[in-house]
Design a protein around this ligand. Sequence first.
Ligand code: ADP
Ligand code: MG
Length: 236
Amino acid sequence: MTTVLAVRELHGGYGETDILHGLTLEVAAGEIVTIAGTNGSGKSTLLKAIVGLLPRVRGSVLLEGRDISGLQAEARVEAGLACVPQVANVFRSLTVEENLRVAGRRVDPARIVQMLDLFGALKPRLRQLAGTLSGGERQQLAFARALMAAPRLIVLDEPTAALAPALVQQIFDLVATLPAQQVSVLMVEQRARQALAISQRGYILDQGRIVLSGPAASLLDDARMTELYLGTHHNT
Ligand SMILES: Nc1ncnc2c1ncn2[C@@H]1O[C@H](COP(=O)(O)OP(=O)(O)O)[C@@H](O)[C@H]1O
Ligand SMILES: [Mg+2]
């Protein structure tokens, strides 16, 4: 199977102390991979390191075999790595259409049409300011923005965190459609059960280390998971 993302021995953090302590993981073509773990275990920091937004990183990040560790975040997007951060993932003072137009350097109008077909809720709202969208609509716009550049891999940081419970499954359903569009997924989620249910594999982080990993189905069955990391989130 082709490896889309390979992360090798990643160390790093913000100040002098490391938050990440030698993380190694992979995403294969067509896979959805979930990263779960308690609050503060380093999930967002790991994603920042992968997309090039962590100030101090050691180790390597390969996208389709190409070492992108030395690239700035923007160049990583060009290389095929898209990202939907947990907050501030759309320009609230721009319209939906403007958000899509500024999403990439090479904006193909046909791609906007494609995105609107995929994210139906956005279609009647092209001229609406992104700041006035509902949480679910805004998350759809954030996804559409990230997909504008036709990435090979999309990195999602808690895509359902800010959503009303009724919309959560809708977003997971949307994530589940991405591999069919040749987009592999690396997703951090608090709702680990629901996320693993649409994933092939998962990694569990604790204090900047991977403490459990494997096929999603076996993680869901693992007693250690249930006890330590899946918790009793009200929506899982
Ligand atoms: N910008 C930052 N500056 C300094 N420390 C940070 C910053 N962001 C996160 N941290 C610290 O890094 C650790 C991991 O945080 P984070 O990666 O956000 O965890 P998670 O996403 O798993 O909840 C925490 O101890 C947190 O306080
Ligand atoms: Mg986080």
